[in-house]
Design a protein. Structure first.
Length: 363
């Protein structure tokens, strides 16, 4: 194998490919890239056996071939080379990496040891990369981070009545982003795969999405890359059934003002979690934090309020993370009773079709 490639472009695809490798693995081969030179392109493959990523880049290929090499070593060298071009060339069982006045010889491992990639192509549907990015950004924070029901360890992507639903939940809160569009499949995408996918997306491309016939894999594909994801198994909860529709109290809040007030109260607490008591009356919202060890805090905010006087408690961290995911300046908080889930949604839902359900806590 012998090829020459633009250093900055090569560095960029190596950086993206590393997201799909295992940094520490019982299978050392998973810490490697499979680099292939064919035609006028260089291709990089990486996998952790849950994500199978292929990226390609135009290159000046003098001699075709392939090599399996440490992902960290190659990425570090290419990133720090002081040259516009990178030359890759095999010498026996070594990969020679050259750029400018720098030259490195890297050990390789047999290419036949690199895992086979699954054949998982199905019927393709197109989703705008901007919608995928937005959906991941608005729901990822609510996905379960600890060992729990397997289905809650990923984001649900499905079509519902002319909308594409992106859903994340950990059982205590639920985030739902409803983008315009049609989508016939139902995919349960693991958290790590979402991270890999979001690093690949620029927001300007169209992405072809398909599900394998047996339902184990999903494929996300553009002209530059192909990501095959092993989907989570299990049935996702009926999230639409938990969204309340009748309310005793509704309040329209300023997103930034409320977020800053919550962060000031959170500054009194130790750790990320902190309880907040909310009291609503006469266009006034009072936020209170009380802890015998860390002190007390009280914030008063002017709001537009409809309904009866109301008190409820929440995990303040959950409120801040939900508010962070809105684009709108004004947010509705809607309450049924102090022991039931509450709804947060944008004042202009057509412009920002995102809502969050949060379970209360006793304070």
């Amino acid at each position: 194998m012998k090829l020459q490639v633009d250093r900055e472009e090569f560095e960029e695809i190596l950086k993206k490919a590393r997201e799909a490798t295992e940094k520490k693995s019982a299978l050392p081969i998973l810490t490697n890239f499979l680099i292939s030179a064919e035609g006028d392109r260089v291709t990089v493959r990486a996998t952790d056996l849950e994500n199978y990523l292929t990226l390609s880049l135009k290159a000046d290929v003098e001699e075709e071939g392939k090599v399996c090499v440490s992902s960290k070593t190659l990425s570090d060298i290419v990133r720090n080379l002081n040259s516009a071009l990178v030359l890759l060339e095999t010498e026996g069982e070594k990969l020679v990496v050259s750029g400018g006045r720098s030259r490195f010889k890297l050990p390789t491992v047999p290419t036949e040891d690199f895992p086979e990639f699954p054949e998982a192509q199905g019927n393709e549907e197109i989703i705008a990369g901007s919608k995928l990015l937005e959906g991941i950004d608005k729901t990822e924070y609510a996905i379960a981070k600890e060992e729990t029901r397997i289905a809650l360890q990923g984001m649900l992507l499905r079509g519902v009545d002319g909308k594409v639903h992106f859903v994340g939940s950990d059982g205590h809160r639920l985030a739902l982003y409803e983008a315009e569009g049609e989508f016939s499949s139902e995919l349960l995408i693991p958290r790590k795969s979402l991270k890999v996918l979001s690093k690949l997306l620029t927001g300007t491309e169209d992405v072809a999405v398909s599900k394998s016939e047996e339902g184990s894999f999903a494929v996300f594909k553009t002209e530059e890359w192909n990501l095959t994801v092993r989907l989570l198994e299990g049935e996702y909860p009926d999230y639409l059934a938990v969204i309340p529709s009748e309310f005793r109290a509704e309040v329209l809040i300023d997103r930034e003002e409320t977020k800053k007030a919550l962060r000031r109260l959170g500054g009194l607490a130790e750790g990320g979690m902190f309880p907040v008591k909310i009291t609503l009356s006469d266009n006034l919202m009072i936020l209170e934090f009380t802890d015998p060890e860390f002190g007390e805090g009280r914030e008063e905010l002017d709001v537009d309020f409809m309904g009866e006087n109301f008190e409820i408690g929440f995990n303040g961290k959950y409120l801040i993370e939900a508010l962070d995911s809105f684009d709108s300046d004004k947010i509705w908080m809607k309450f049924t009773d102090p022991d039931s889930a509450s709804l947060m949604e944008a004042d202009d839902y057509e412009k920002d079709p995102y809502k969050c359900i949060i379970m209360p806590m006793r304070v």
